[in-house]
Design a protein around this ligand. Structure first.
Ligand code: PRX
Length: 664
């Protein structure tokens, strides 16, 4: 067995076949074997309309589609002319089916007092209760002036009211734009402005590692630059003092509680907007990815069902650890899970508070069956020590999943052995904010896994590795990851920026969706993701544009120029190194204190996730003769340093730059 140091490169060629114990645990798997996968995949590509029409007929539609698909590259319409409501399919349908008393959401708050072993605040919300809450919230939103077609911004912690507000928006035909609660006020301003939201839903604060994150304070700060915001609906969570703007601010417990508990669903066109979710690109501001109702609903619920083998009435409890502020939380905490009638477990807080056992204690107490997290979290679990998972009964688990970045084989094997007791299949799910749901992933009873590979394409996803001319590459030759046919969960555009949509995804290889990742396929046909090919860095499974961080840095008075690159990081996968040049009068301040100030500054401009791990002061940025920053050189320099170590003297990179100029 190879050494198990986290950074050691374990060569792991074992193939993990689908196993009988998983099949026993689930009874009949949805996709029971490789032959079924192959036949279904084949049909999904040769007859997408027949395939997705069949899948979609499992949902409730208020009126039928005229056509399953209209495709005029790069514009897809799915379930054309049909009307439905995703909130109905998540909630009402379960009640109508006689399952109103089944649990829809299990929510666990951050323990208020870590000295109390049983101090966990838990809510088990049935479909019927959820229905009442969502209807009341829907009326409350209308009372604040929200109507069909509006976009409501949600900037909240991981509280049930976030799920309720999303579903309430969907119920009345308003779209939502959820902003991750870790983002700072300037990031809120950009997103609210772009979405033209007049209503924001927030919380007084959110608990995280025993502290309170002042969400309302950030909204107040943002609203100074957002005259268009008419109302802020505030959930009381932390009971901390907040400032109040009379006429604009409204307490949730005053307004929502006073509403009626029934509110019919709006009949929405399949192609109406369901939500915007902002994500980073290589240039400019974050882009508002548009997802519409019908296709997203069918794709997320079906992929959740196939990939995680969700089955109602078998005691399953699904736990996705993602924050709802990211697409993983949208698709696999809420929209993909509720229609499958398996309880979804949602938690507030952090995996290492009040101890590093938090998640394992949750698995034990809630008898979690499917557990879905990110490689960065797995690497942190490894570092925290095996005693934490070993101290808990994890025998309820039947399947494990990962998402967000390539998983290193060390982390895969540890996850498999220490969490999954060598029994649970691991699904390494590759997808993006833009794809709505899984595009490449093993199916647990059908596909053998190899650590580090996300394996095979999802049904309906014609994934391939091509060169820039669109020519498919032979096995093990790297190229661009593309998708050659439309799929129901695909984005429908970038909000307010048609040109950027076409340019970013559809122009590099005409006629194909370019994901922005480099990848290869091995001789089995398995996909291996090699990483982003644009100026996007994947920090702890979250996408950040280097330019956003650079803009934040140069907005500090001391900085003249900044270049940001990714560097290997033990836990985050990729960390951030920023090379900065200082203005006149600042050069002699290059040092630890200024580096810390700059890190804090980026935290205030974007959010803590964007804080550079390392700041390096340089006399000048290395540039080619034509003035282009030599990013490849900077990446190499950044990789040569230990992560987390600040180099705080003023460096002169001009000599290395000259030596390297010919290679860039
Ligand atoms: O680079 C790929 C990486 O994450 C990017 C998408 O980021 P985002 O839109 O924030 O969505 C993350 C959660 C769906 C991709 O372009 N990525 C995501 N999953 C994997 C992955 N890379 C390798 N393996 C994965 N399983």
């Amino acid at each position: 067995m190879a050494e198990r140091g986290i950074q050691s490169v374990l060569v792991e060629n074992r193939v993990f076949e689908p196993n009988a114990r998983f099949r026993d645990a689930v009874g009949a798997a949805h996709i029971p074997d490789l032959a079924t996968y192959k036949a279904m995949y084949q049909r999904s590509l040769s007859d997408p309309e027949g395939f997705w029409g069949d899948v979609a007929s499992d949902f409730t539609w208020f009126s039928p589609w005229k056509r399953v698909l209209e495709w005029s590259c790069p514009d897809a319409q799915w379930f054309v002319g049909a009307t439905t409501n995703i909130c109905f399919n998540c909630i009402d349908r379960q009640i109508d089916g006689g399952h109103g008393d089944d649990i829809a959401i299990i929510w666990e708050g951050e323990p208020a007092n870590s000295s109390q072993p049983h101090g966990f605040e838990v809510r088990r919300i049935t479909y019927r209760e959820l229905h009442g809450e969502v209807c009341r919230c829907a009326h409350a939103l209308r009372a604040l002036g929200v109507s069909r077609g509006d976009i409501v911004t949600l900037y909240m912690g991981m509280v049930p009211e976030l799920a309720i507000a999303m579903l309430a928006c969907a119920r009345i035909g308003a779209a939502h734009s959820v902003i991750f609660g870790g983002f700072a006020a300037p990031a809120i301003v950009d997103r609210v402005h772009d979405a033209a939201s007049r209503v924001i839903v927030t919380c007084d604060g959110a608990f995280r590692r025993g502290a309170v994150v002042g969400l309302k304070g950030n909204v107040d700060e943002a609203c100074k630059s957002l005259p268009e915001v008419q109302h802020v609906l505030v959930v009381r969570r932390t009971n901390t003092p907040v400032s109040w703007s009379e006429g604009r601010d409204v307490w949730w417990h005053d307004l929502v509680a006073a509403q009626q508990s029934s509110c019919p669903c709006e009949a929405m066109d399949s192609e109406d907007l369901l939500f915007l979710l902002y994500t980073s690109g290589s240039t400019g501001k974050p882009k508002g990815i548009r997802h519409t109702i019908g296709g997203y609903m069918v794709f997320t619920a079906a992929t959740a069902r196939w990939t995680f083998n969700l089955q109602p009435d078998r005691g399953q409890v699904f736990f996705c650890t993602a924050d709802i502020g990211w697409v993983t939380g949208h698709s696999y905490v809420i929209y993909g899970i509720l229609p499958n009638r398996v309880p979804t477990l949602m938690y507030e807080g952090a995996p290492n508070f009040p101890s590093e056992s938090r998640l394992w204690s949750m698995v034990e107490r809630h008898k979690v069956t499917q557990f879905y997290t990110a490689p960065t979290a797995i690497r942190a679990f490894m570092k925290w020590g095996d005693e934490h998972p070993k101290g808990h009964d994890l025998s309820s688990l039947i399947l494990l999943g990962t998402v967000g970045e390539p998983i290193n084989p060390e982390a895969w094997i540890w996850y498999h052995e220490t969490i999954g007791a060598s029994r649970c299949p691991i699904v390494d799910t590759m997808w993006q904010t833009e794809t709505g749901g899984h595009i490449i992933t093993p199916l647990p009873a059908a596909i053998a896994t190899v650590p580090g590979s996300c394996t095979v394409p999802m049904f309906g996803v014609d994934a391939a590795i091509v060169d820039e001319q669109g020519e498919e590459q032979p096995p093990n030759v790297g190229g661009l990851l593309v998708i050659r046919q439309p799929w129901p969960g695909m984005l429908r555009g970038i909000h307010g920026d048609r040109e950027r949509y076409v340019e970013t995804y559809w122009s590099k290889v005409p006629g194909m969706y370019v994901a922005g990742d480099g990848a290869r396929r091995d001789e089995r046909g398995y996909f291996w993701i090699m990483g982003r090919i644009d100026d996007v860095i994947n920090v702890s499974g979250h996408r950040l544009g280097t330019m956003e961080v650079e803009s934040a840095l140069v907005s500090h008075e001391s900085v003249v120029e900044a270049a940001v690159v990714g560097m290997p990081h033990e836990i985050k996968g990729t960390g951030i190194t920023a090379f900065v040049t200082l203005g006149p009068g600042w050069q002699d301040k290059a040092g630890k204190a200024l580096a810390r100030q700059l890190q804090e500054h980026v935290g205030r401009e974007i959010g803590a996730i964007a804080k550079p791990d390392v700041i390096r002061f340089t006399q000048a940025l290395p540039k080619t003769r034509s003035g282009k920053i030599m990013r490849r050189l900077l990446r190499d320099i950044a990789a040569g340093k230990d992560s987390g170590q600040d180099t705080t003297t003023l460096e002169d990179l001009s000599v290395v730059a000259k030596l390297r100029e010919s290679d860039e």
